[in-house]
Design a protein around this ligand. Structure first.
Ligand code: ZN
Length: 277
């Protein structure tokens, strides 16, 4: 039996707007409906940002909770991952949603240049978010935008704030950050295997790099891949994606092309060392 692959879908993010792609889910009801379609297409993990009614990023824990409740009702076993990412959010509010104990939350372990801002993750904030995740029993997904962020994760392991087998995501192709290049993924993987040998990993390619980064990850034995409108709103240069589910369907094809199969939610929980739903 071929090895199962977790498909993660990042449904909304903090940057794209409905004027970029009308399929972007923004309201709570739209987010629940879009995730449900993606789940039916094969996604077993949903990465969640929430927005205010004017589409600006929100840190409102009640809004995160409403999405989580809807997903628990409509997508049995789905892994719910909240973003604690920073774009447009007050640093002090980034961990407010953790009290609702999602299965996972994203955790960036260092700062980096983004297209129009510096994405600031000072060590004090990173340690505080990691401590809150530990307190609420939330498994972190470590976001790696640069090589030094792997060492940021190692410092958290050494401080006892995260487990020694974190789930790591390499993010490639963000303008002004790490380019999407296969030899850079090899370099990152080599360093990860040296300092965090028990980690599981995935990689996210931004924009037009989504499909190729997924291919590189699958060719290197990744246990998980990531897609979704947060990272990429297009199928190709001439066509917008019609839904998160359409992007998930492309990921399913990629997984099969690599001789692998799509993980069920129960399998995804085992792969990522999460308790059964
Ligand atoms: Zn995100």
């Amino acid at each position: 039996m071929s090895e199962p692959v977790v498909i993660a879908v990042a449904i909304t993010g903090s940057v794209p707007r409905k004027s970029d792609n009308p399929a972007l889910p923004v309201t709570v009801d739209e987010q629940i409906a879009s995730t449900r379609e993606a789940y039916e297409a094969g996604a077993s993990l949903a990465h969640i940002h929430v927005r205010n009614d004017d589409e600006t990023p929100s840190s409102d824990p009640d809004r995160f909770h409403a999405v989580q409740e809807g997903l628990r009702r409509t997508c049995p076993g789905l892994i719910v991952q909240f973003s604690t990412g920073g774009r447009g959010r007050d640093p002090a509010s980034r961990g407010l949603s953790l009290r609702h104990r999602p299965d996972m939350a994203s955790l960036s372990t260092g700062s980096v240049n983004f297209p129009s801002i510096v994405y600031e993750n000072p060590t004090t904030l990173v340690a505080d978010l990691a401590g809150q995740m530990k307190r609420f029993g939330v498994r972190p997904e470590i976001e790696i935008f640069d090589l030094s962020h792997l060492h940021g994760a190692l410092r958290l392991v050494e401080a006892g704030l995260i487990e020694d087998h974190p789930h790591v995501q390499f993010v490639m192709g963000v303008k002004n950050a790490m380019p999407a290049e296969p030899h850079l993924l090899d370099l990152l993987l080599g360093e990860m295997q040296r300092i965090l040998p028990r980690a599981t990993w995935t990689a996210a390619g931004i924009g037009r790099h989504q499909a190729e980064v997924m291919d590189w990850a699958l060719a290197r034995g990744a246990r998980a891949v990531r897609t979704g409108l947060e990272d990429n709103i297009r199928i190709d240069r001439d066509r917008l994606a019609s839904s998160n589910a359409e992007l998930v369907a492309l990921a399913v094809e990629s997984v099969r092309r690599h001789g692998r199969r799509v993980a069920t939610p129960a399998e995804a929980r085992r792969i990522l060392d999460l308790p059964a739903a």
